[in-house]
Design a protein. Structure first.
Length: 258
């Protein structure tokens, strides 16, 4: 498979008024994601996982380094990159189908065409009967389906997911993981999936990058190499989880002095 997204020597520094208030987030991040791959990222809280996604999405500016999509530099917000947020970020005054249409509306797609496309997503995502409901009338799982549909309807080349199921209860979270994999099997999107949950990272990911504390670097990339559907409590799955947790615990123990 060809490389779709490549991060080269990425650095991000938040300037402060004094040397003590400077925040060095990344000091030379390097990794690549192949086309059609789900690439999970785990790491300690505050290590910059969300910042990484925001840099790729063009929502923040990098200090230096490269962010390449199909070998070409990404600069600013680009419609080839879509992002799914943990907080859903739905417009409360818009109905479900209208929320799905947002990206197409921004692109200037004809109203009738975008409604037809959005209704297809309503059907494909199991949301029939709720197309005229407002976000406050939807469950957490349904809101996240709408958020995913709103991103995918624009057909981005790379999908960024920032803890997309983090606010859901464990049962709904498992259902949404299955749903995501079903959609991915049909579309083969290239997905960068950030999570705090190691079980989730192993269940959905083809590869898993483990980040160190700030300034964050990649401690190791695990190639999962297991067929789907996976066994959440299988021997190999548990072995990978154990290795990741040991690595995270070891990196926390040698955290540099502040």
């Amino acid at each position: 498979m060809s490389i779709r997204l490549e991060i080269t020597d990425l650095k991000k520094v938040y300037a402060g008024n004094t040397p003590e208030t400077v925040i060095d987030v990344f000091d030379g991040m390097n990794f690549s994601i192949q086309q059609g791959q789900i690439f999970s990222i785990v790491g300690p809280s505050g290590c910059g996982k969300t910042t990484l996604l925001r840099l790729i999405a063009g929502l923040e500016e990098k200090t230096s380094g490269g962010i390449l999509l199909d070998g070409k530099s990404l600069t600013g917000c680009d419609e080839q990159v879509g992002m799914v947020f943990q907080e859903y970020a739905l417009f409360p005054w818009r109905k479900l189908v209208e929320n799905i249409e947002v990206a197409l509306e921004i692109k200037g797609v004809d109203a009738a065409v975008r409604r037809t496309m959005a209704m297809q997503y309503v059907r494909d995502f199991g949301l029939e009967g709720f197309e005229n409901a407002f976000p406050k009338e939807l469950s957490g799982g349904m809101k996240q389906r709408v958020a995913i549909a709103r991103t995918l309807i624009a057909n981005p080349q790379v999908v960024l997911m920032d803890e997309p199921f983090g606010s859901l209860d464990s049962q709904t979270r498992n259902v949404m993981q299955e749903f995501l994999l079903k959609i991915w099997e049909e579309r083969k999107d290239t997905i960068l999936f950030v999570t705090h949950n190691v079980d989730e990272a192993v269940y959905v990911g083809d590869r898993i990058a483990v980040l160190s504390p700030r300034p964050a670097g990649i401690l190791k990339i695990f190639d999962v190499g297991l067929d789907r559907p996976r066994n959440r409590t299988g021997k190999e799955e548990n072995r990978i989880k154990s290795d990741i947790l040991q690595l995270l615990n070891a990196s926390a123990a040698v955290r540099p002095p502040s």
